[in-house]
Write a protein that binds this ligand. Structure first.
Ligand SMILES: *[C@@H]1O[C@H](CO)[C@@H](O)[C@H](O)[C@H]1NC(C)=O
Ligand SMILES: *[C@@H]1O[C@H](CO)[C@@H](O)[C@H](O)[C@H]1NC(C)=O
Ligand SMILES: *[C@@H]1O[C@H](CO)[C@@H](O)[C@H](O)[C@H]1NC(C)=O
Length: 423
């Protein structure tokens, strides 16, 4: 017995020493920066659309699962949610109402805004329609900015309005993945079930921001003139005006320009709105005097922060028909553009005139939407269809999902190789 105990004691000492040495080795490795390279390797892989992503959003999804019955199988990431801004101006009430219906899904959240130029009666009508709507009032995911902003076309008040909507989304829920900025003249080319499906296995940190640093004629005509937007301080609307002074191109950061339509990740929106790094704030002030700041603000912020630069996909997911070279306004889309719109594989298109026949065609062929109703999805229940919210964790993607997946696959392959990114 005694000798057995001694034997055990002899074993214990080397064991303790060995584990001590191992622990010290591991700690040293971490201190030598091996940890950060592990992170880098992970982030490289996670840029690529992956079923297993390191960067899934917080467990907040559980909340909605509880009230809609059985949990979906634990494999794969939860379905994404989108946070939309749909904004309009004078005369846009009916367009906005239609776009909102075409875009609606109970998983998402919506901020709608009719700017100060829209007559009060339009805004009151919109507010009461939302309050009175069976589904909107039940789900509570459509929010109207009732204290309307003054928004000047091409002026910084446009960016301020977009950031306002971002802030409202951040405050109303932590539980969304991408912010999408639309106007009442935009329209979806795929159903929300399609879009949710196409984004479901994407890395949640990707930002879809069309951009370039090749300013071309914009260096002289945009970056150097100084403008003032009276919308910042006047209560009645007047156009922007120019000062006689011009300014040099910046050297503290690099300018980028691109499309005013973007799909922004939750993490990037937090970075821009909460701004514990000072760059988003500095650039917002810089862009106060910049003509057409919506075409540059997010581009310049994202590309001047290395961690975010590698999350950029160089596309705005829109079909927009420009002249070559582009003029101030894009073409109004009609039935003649239907094929090109579909072949672009884009998720959205602009711009459309109110109740143009092409919108009816999109409703019928691409969205399966009946006049005055929602774009149907697997969440719809009740009679007539979509009058009640069924299981909002179910989706039924159609051919639109394949189109958007095709487009995104091509783009994110480029992004992972760092091609076409902040160049
Ligand atoms: C809701 O709609 C009814 C008629 O359908 C109308 O009488 C009522 O005033 C509306 N309520 C609000 C808050 O707009
Ligand atoms: C939104 O703002 C209110 C009031 O400041 C605050 O109490 C609440 O916690 C905020 N919600 C979120 C999700 O940040
Ligand atoms: C956001 O959407 C509006 C559409 O109303 C657009 O005009 C604006 O330029 C967009 N982009 C930004 C960065 O504000």
């Amino acid at each position: 017995m005694v000798s057995m105990l001694n034997m055990e004691k002899k074993w214990v000492f080397p064991l303790v020493i060995t584990s001590l040495i191992c622990t010290i080795l591991v700690v040293t490795c971490f201190n030598m920066g091996l940890v950060s390279s592990v992170h880098k390797i992970n982030s490289i892989f996670s840029i690529f659309p992956a079923h297993i992503s390191m960067n899934q959003r917080k467990p907040g999804y559980a909340e909605s699962k509880i009230d809609t019955g059985p949990l979906p199988p634990p494999s794969g990431p939860a379905l994404p949610r989108f946070a939309y801004l749909v904004s309009g101006s004078k005369g846009d009430l009916e367009k906005l109402w239609r776009t909102l219906h075409a875009l609606y899904h109970p998983r998402n959240q919506y901020v709608v805004h009719l700017d100060l130029e829209a007559p009060a009666v339009e805004r009151v009508t919109l507010a009461s329609r939302i309050a009175n709507h069976t589904v909107f009032s039940k789900v509570g995911n459509v929010y109207m900015i009732t204290k309307a902003n003054m928004v000047t076309y091409r002026g910084p008040t446009m960016v301020a309005n977009t950031l306002h909507a971002c802030a409202i989304h951040l405050n109303r829920s932590k539980n969304w993945d991408w912010f999408i900025n639309l106007s009442a003249s935009d329209y979806p080319l795929v159903t929300q079930d399609d879009l949710i499906d196409a984004f479901s296995d994407l890395n949640r940190n990707l930002n879809f921001i069309e951009h370039t640093s090749q300013l071309g004629w914009k260096a002289d005509k945009r970056a150097m003139p100084l403008i003032i937007d009276p919308g910042l301080y006047m209560s009645t609307k007047s156009d922007i005006f120019w000062t006689s002074q011009r300014r040099a191109l910046p050297t503290a950061f690099k300018l980028f320009t691109g499309s005013a339509w973007t799909v922004l990740s939750h993490s990037f929106v937090e970075f821009c709105v909460w701004g514990w790094d000072n760059l988003p704030r500095t650039l917002l002030m810089y862009y106060t005097n910049f003509l057409s700041s919506p075409e540059g603000y997010f581009q310049t912020v994202v590309c001047n922060v290395p961690e975010f630069a590698k999350t950029v996909v160089n596309h705005d997911l829109h079909y927009i028909s420009w002249d070559t070279p582009p003029k101030q306004h894009p073409h109004i889309l009609t039935l003649n553009d239907m094929d090109k719109m579909i072949r672009s594989n884009a998720a959205f298109a602009r711009k459309f005139s109110q109740d143009d026949p092409v919108l009816d065609k999109i409703d019928k062929d691409l969205l399966g939407r009946e006049k005055g109703s929602f774009t149907p999805g697997a969440w719809c229940s009740g009679e007539p269809k979509c009058l009640k919210v069924g299981d909002m964790n179910k989706i039924k993607p159609g051919p639109g999902a394949q189109r958007v997946r095709q487009l995104i696959a091509k783009l994110s392959t480029k992004a992972i190789l760092g091609r076409d990114q902040c160049k």
